[in-house]
Design a protein around this ligand. Structure first.
Ligand code: NAP
Length: 294
């Protein structure tokens, strides 16, 4: 990736993981504890299995304790709630992540609501969403947190920038908009009912696309020099019986317009697990009453 417009999320995530590993080592030597992350997988969803494996591996590599709980697809909501309760009470567990999606018989909201907000390293609990919105000490959802780090690394101070977030999901769009607002951006949140989406994007210095529609954001929607963060992960037909991953932005079209742009893969994706590790360190430090590393 020699083109300076390309924002290399893979390299940034590697640096962040290295920093987390140093912080974990310092917590062990100075404060005598090792942060622990519990990841719960229910069922056999192939993509979820890969995510959980990667999370466990990277948690180990950072020097933290990783606790993996694999439950059968037939697990009841009561059984999963009982496990969450046990993890909430376990002092060795500082972060809890229940991999979504869950099987039909389980209400995901009931599970997310049951996780102790202090251990909610995904940042999906309403207490953390509320704190993010009202300026309190929250745990921030990992994907938007990763996007913000990439934006600040590229642009420095974001004050006064015009930002558009396309997508308003609870896990990406809304927290992303909130983070940008907290950085004093002027934020537009677009969604499926937005009129003149192209025109809204053209006014923005920062475009974050979190839609789940392959290459929906076209090149001529990007203002000259705008920075584009593509959260989308879409698997599409690549011909010859093969598939490939593309983002929500038509990358080749957008690159000549953009001042910076994340590729898919290799942009936002790798940041998510790195931020999960960073959130686990943050959660562990707060629980132990020791300063959270910068
Ligand atoms: P989601 O819950 O399906 O939300 C999609 C959002 O896009 C909704 O707010 C929807 O609007 C909006 N939208 C749909 N069609 C639109 C259109 N034609 N014009 C404008 N807005 C439109 O998706 P999500 O969970 O936020 O995920 C979004 C994408 O990010 C997916 O590709 C997902 O795979 C990816 N993702 C990546 C990571 C990562 O680690 N890189 C993490 C999470 C998600 P309405 O609200 O009006 O329906």
């Amino acid at each position: 990736m020699s083109d300076s417009r390309i924002i290399d999320g893979k390299a940034f995530a590697e640096k962040l993981r290295g920093r987390v590993a140093q912080q974990v080592a310092a917590l062990k030597s100075k404060h005598g504890f090792t942060p622990g992350l519990a990841v719960v997988l229910v069922g056999e969803d192939p993509a979820s299995k890969v995510y959980v494996k990667n999370k466990g591996q990277q948690t180990h590599e950072s020097g933290m304790n990783s606790f993996e709980h694999k439950l059968p697809v037939t697990t009841s909501q009561a059984e999963l709630l009982a496990l969450v309760d046990k993890l909430n009470k376990d002092q060795a567990v500082n972060g809890i992540l229940v991999q979504l999606p869950l099987p039909k018989q389980i209400d995901p909201q009931a599970i997310l609501d049951a996780i102790d907000p202090a251990k909610d390293v995904d940042g999906f609990h309403v207490v953390n969403a509320g704190r993010l919105a009202t300026g309190g000490k929250s745990l921030v959802p990992c994907t938007p947190l990763g996007c913000l780090m990439l934006l600040k690394d590229r642009l420095g101070d974001l004050t006064g920038k015009r930002a558009i977030v396309v997508g308003r999901s609870n896990i990406v769009g809304k927290p992303m908009a909130q983070l940008l607002l907290n950085e004093s951006c002027t934020v537009t949140i677009a969604h499926s009912k937005t009129r003149d989406l192209a025109g809204e994007c053209r006014r923005a210095d920062i475009v974050v696309a979190a839609v789940g529609r392959p290459e929906m954001v076209r090149g001529d929607w990007i203002a000259p020099g705008a920075v584009v963060i593509d959260v989308g992960i879409n698997r599409v037909d690549a011909g010859g019986g093969k598939t490939k991953l593309v983002g929500d932005v038509a990358y080749a079209e957008a690159l000549p317009h953009a001042g910076g742009i994340t590729p898919v893969p290799g942009g936002v994706g790798p940041m998510t697990i790195a931020c999960l590790l960073a959130n686990t360190v943050t959660a562990a430090c707060r629980q132990r009453g020791v300063p959270v590393p910068a």
